[in-house]
Design a protein around this ligand. Structure first.
Ligand code: PQQ
Length: 231
């Protein structure tokens, strides 16, 4: 039957949080980035490639909205799309990422036209959007929970960029400052949704698998960037 033993919510949240060990902050490319060991070419390669992730996050969130029958959840979730797309031209996270690119010496055009985008990054990001389109919406929400681990990485990245890459105009780092506030708010909501909906051991296991999948997405993205911009 589908009724199963209810795992304690604490054990479930612990199992989710334990994925911090598989988060992409541990990836060798991120370790080198935060230790100041990347060349300008490598930093630019990462910024240009990560833009594809940024561009697709709102499409991923729109897929979640389209699959979600819960009005209250949709009302809060929609904010993520506005955060990235901006309410008007010149605002939002995608714009902020383009400014990061400019601060790092990339033109807006060369970031937007994907000339630097490598196949592995495209595949990883497309897999994330595809997951949100095709899997049950609560699993897609669970896959966003890597954001539990993002604020520590953002803080480390901000400090590292200011210290090691002074050739990047610090105003270009506004994207990361904004995420320091947005990510905790977003993942608190996602955690609320997942703990409210995943009450059986089976559904909890599927949520943990979804987060595991997302760790793979982010790791694969870094692998692809690492391979394209070797030391
Ligand atoms: N993750 C999501 C998501 O899954 O909905 C949205 C974002 C992330 C962002 O807007 C980010 O900027 C972001 N940044 C990082 C990063 O730079 O390391 C990681 C993640 C993440 O953990 O998925 C996100």
């Amino acid at each position: 039957t589908t009724t199963t033993t209810r795992t304690g919510a604490d054990g479930f949240v612990e199992a989710l949080r334990a994925h911090s060990r598989r988060y992409h902050d541990q990836h060798p490319f991120h370790v080198r980035m935060n230790a100041g060991r990347l060349s300008r070419r490598q930093v630019r390669g990462w910024v240009a490639n990560r833009f594809y992730y940024q561009e697709n996050i709102p499409r991923k969130d729109a897929a979640i909205l389209s699959n979600c029958p819960d009005l209250e959840v949709r009302r809060r979730w929609i904010r993520r799309i506005v955060d990235h797309d901006g309410a008007t031209a010149g605002e939002g996270g995608i714009e902020a990422w383009l400014r990061l690119g400019e601060a790092a010496g990339l033109t807006r055009e060369e970031v937007r036209d994907h000339r630097h985008l490598v196949p592995g990054v495209r595949f990883a990001v497309d897999a994330y959007v595809g997951f949100a389109r095709t899997r049950p919406w609560v699993e897609a929400v669970a896959s966003s929970l890597t954001e539990l681990f993002a604020p520590d990485l953002m803080a480390a990245r901000l400090a590292a960029f200011e210290r090691w890459y002074p050739w990047i105009d610090p105003e270009g780092l506004a994207y990361f400052r904004a995420r320091l506030e947005q990510a905790p708010r977003d993942c608190e909501h996602a955690l609320e949704v997942v703990t409210a909906h995943c009450l059986s051991a089976e559904s909890q296991a599927r949520a943990v698998d979804a987060l595991s999948f997302k760790c793979d997405v982010l790791w694969s993205l870094m692998d692809a960037v690492d391979q394209a911009y070797p030391e």
